[in-house]
Design a protein around this ligand. Structure first.
Ligand SMILES: NC(=O)c1ccc[n+]([C@@H]2O[C@H](COP(=O)([O-])OP(=O)(O)OC[C@H]3O[C@@H](n4cnc5c(N)ncnc54)[C@H](O)[C@@H]3O)[C@@H](O)[C@H]2O)c1
Length: 340
């Protein structure tokens, strides 16, 4: 049994907490800290059997009874809390992206290196989706041969509110970062160069916030493979999450998780109810699986499946996409790392 403390009690933290309490028997959540925790959240935590709530995250880090910390507070706090948590001797699971700049992530890289006995995992949950993992297995088992190209399509069903877009860090670091991590995972290689194009085609407020709502990125990997990611902030038919990997021995494709598998065939055509609606519908099991994997790494002294290096690479790639969009040219990742 691993005793855990949670920093943050917002949307993502509660997804994790509910999943752990209801479905992971070898984690016991002892306390949750969030300075802005609403009474309704406190009531829900109490109903889930979690009595200890604090404003200050130090109350968790100073508790010798807690072995592992889950950090799901706002993005600007993730890196600092990661460093503090490791220094306090806690195994640490941190939500993505850990930081939006290389400068903010590097102290975490150093802390992870300084405490080799502590496990550190980043919340790139899509690697743990059963379908994406099966696609990865096809690559890993060599069924596709040498990889030639990889394609990920990732489109949200509902646009985020303008207030969220303002603080999101932009489409590449907020949304595409998941796809960047996934495509690196599939390619089993770091990205060497990207070229991004993007536009505002859905709603003017993306432009008002200096962002785009539609983007395509091509990627060159160090191992020679090539990739394409397309992102849209709005797909009217549901949450569109597809992928395809093509190699010397064949191709593997992954279609959407559907609301159900019924096709109605009539003279008007073939109809089904379409893909599931959002990230919670699609990835709820993956959030639980990533946590099981983290605890498994702690209990069996294994390397975690998503490391701080993975997070750093995803952020550097996201920053290269941003630069490419603004400068309208291909950008090598080495340019982003220059002078750091
Ligand atoms: N893996 C995923 O699919 C996924 C999905 C959504 C969000 N996220 C990530 O999870 C993190 C949280 O996102 P969210 O959607 O839950 O946001 P949110 O705004 O709902 O929650 C953030 C919480 O952090 C709390 N907080 C702020 N300062 C704090 C502090 N000093 N100590 C403790 N708590 C503090 C806020 O009060 C809030 O309750 C973000 O980094 C985001 O990138 C990941």
């Amino acid at each position: 049994m691993v005793k855990m403390g949670v920093i943050g009690a917002g949307r993502m933290a509660m997804v994790h907490i509910r999943g752990i309490v209801r479905g992971i028997s070898n984690i016991k959540i002892k306390s949750v800290a969030d300075p802005y925790m609403p009474d309704a959240t406190k009531a829900e935590l109490k109903a889930l059997g979690i009595e200890n709530t604090f404003k200050d995250h130090r109350s968790i880090l100073d508790d010798p009874d807690i072995q592992a910390v889950l950090i799901a507070s706002s993005t600007d706090t993730l890196a600092q809390f990661s460093v503090e948590s490791l220094r306090a001797g806690k195994h640490t699971f941190c939500e993505k992206p850990v930081g939006r700049t290389i400068q903010s992530i590097m102290p975490v890289v150093q802390a992870v290196d300084s405490y080799p006995d502590l496990k550190y995992q980043v919340g790139f949950n899509r690697r743990f989706d059963h379908n994406f993992h099966a696609l990865y297995d096809a690559v890993k088992e060599g069924k596709l041969g040498k990889l030639h190209f990889l394609r990920i399509c990732s489109r949200d069903s509902v646009t985020p509110p303008q207030s969220y877009v303002r603080i999101s860090g932009g489409i590449f670091l907020d949304m595409m970062i998941h796809d960047i991590d996934l495509i690196r995972f599939f390619a089993q290689s770091d990205v060497e160069e990207v070229y991004a194009i993007g536009n505002v085609l859905i709603d003017q407020y993306f432009e008002d916030e200096g962002d785009v709502d539609t983007a395509i990125v091509t990627l060159k990997f160090r191992n020679g493979a090539m990739g394409v990611i397309d992102n849209s902030r709005k797909a009217v038919y549901g949450y569109d999450q597809r992928a395809e990997i093509h190699g010397s021995l064949g191709c593997a494709e992954l279609n959407n998780d559907m609301k159900n598998s019924v096709n109605v065939l009539t003279a008007a055509g073939i109809h089904n109810e379409g893909p599931v609606w959002d990230t919670l519908d699609r990835y709820i099991a993956a959030y639980k699986s990533e946590m099981i994997s983290f605890i498994h790494a702690i209990e069996n002294d294994l390397t975690t499946q998503v490391t701080i290096y993975d997070s750093l690479q995803a952020v550097v790639t996201g920053l290269a996409c941003k630069k490419s969009l603004h400068e309208r040219r291909p950008v090598k990742l080495s340019e982003i790392l220059e002078g750091i």
